[in-house]
Design a protein around this ligand. Structure first.
Ligand SMILES: [Cu+2]
Length: 130
């Protein structure tokens, strides 16, 4: 289940975006988020921010993001995020972009990412439909 998934609007010509959400595991099994895909997006990576010589850099997460039963993983600006590469069209404010989250167990969940600012995203409470 994902709460408040959102991404910023894309400037014309931009092809890279970051996605944020609160991801929760309401199943009875531990799960690990290992990837994601979306139509019109070439590749999605899970990134984390790490400090290198005093500068924050983003880096792909090795081995995925583990989620204990009833556990939560936060993806937020300045921290862990989904990175969308090769976005084929500009995402406009107010629209939603369906993203399929892929877990190690083979489970997949579609999450609707709302395009807008964090303040607007607060208002949305999209849940993943299985
Ligand atoms: Cu990134």
């Amino acid at each position: 289940m994902a709460h408040q998934p959102w991404s910023r609007p894309l400037a014309p010509g931009a092809t890279v975006a970051a996605g944020y959400m609160h991801l929760m595991n309401h199943t009875t099994q531990p799960e690990t988020l290992v990837g994601a895909r979306a139509e019109g997006v070439e590749r999605i990576e899970i990134h984390d921010m790490v400090e290198v010589d005093g500068v924050m850099q983003m880096r792909p997460v090795e081995g995925g993001v583990p989620l204990a039963v009833d556990g939560m993983a936060t993806f937020q600006p300045g921290g862990r995020h989904l990175m969308f590469f090769g976005v084929s069209r500009s995402w406009a404010e107010g629209e939603t972009v369906p993203v399929t989250l892929i877990f190690e167990s083979g489970t997949e969940a579609v999450v609707e990412f709302r395009i807008g600012t964090p303040a607007e995203a607060e208002g949305s409470d999209e849940h993943a439909h299985h």
